[in-house]
Design a protein around this ligand. Structure first.
Ligand code: ADP
Length: 165
């Protein structure tokens, strides 16, 4: 029997965007199983708890049978190892992503040579899209309808504008 091709798509997903969802859908076609990994990192500037991010990701991926959502603590390569994944998926937007992402990929390879990082280029309509850009739009009371699912927009509005009103 050939080995199942399992990939991890790790990230913060702090404000799940259509850019993330696009990468998930496209990566799910490349692997037998795609595990979206919510990194449990102590970051002061995050809007959502792990539980909230998990709920949003589960909602967005409910119709894709080979995708599951997990959270993890520690190094991505260690998480990948634990779940039998040999691939790490990352999305690339502009050149500015490249510098950070290549460094991360090389570091991960240094730590575990069995695991390959696979980059998916963003779809052109999402090249400008990031969770932080969406937060800016919401903070300035603009519409994020074309950027994130409606439940994410609603949740961001609730978090970000609660002290403004
Ligand atoms: P992290 O804190 O790990 O960068 P993010 O949630 O910001 O977490 O991003 C997770 C992954 O999704 C990264 O590889 C990032 O480059 C990718 N990504 C984010 N937004 C987009 C987008 N609009 N198009 C393609 N990839 C994206």
């Amino acid at each position: 029997m050939t080995q199942k091709r399992i990939a991890v798509y790790p990230g913060s997903f702090d404000g799940l965007t259509f850019g993330h969802i696009d990468i998930i859908k496209r990566a799910s076609l490349l692997f037998d199983e795609l595990v979206v990994g919510i990194a449990r990192r102590p970051q002061k500037d995050l809007c959502f708890t792990v539980k909230e991010r998990m709920e949003m990701l589960k909602k967005a991926t409910a119709g894709i049978s080979n995708v599951r959502v997990c959270d993890f603590k520690g190094l991505t390569v260690d998480f990948a190892h634990r779940i039998g994944a040999r691939f790490i998926v990352r999305g690339l937007r502009a050149i500015s992503d490249f510098e950070y992402e290549i460094q991360l990929a090389l570091l991960n390879r240094e730590m575990d040579r069995q695991i390959e990082t696979v980059f998916l280029a963003t779809s052109t309509e999402y090249i400008f899209l990031s969770s932080s850009a969406v937060k800016d739009v919401i903070l300035h009371e603009g519409s994020a309808k074309k950027l994130v699912p409606d439940y994410v927009e609603k949740a961001l509005r609730k978090k970000l504008l609660k002290n403004k009103r």
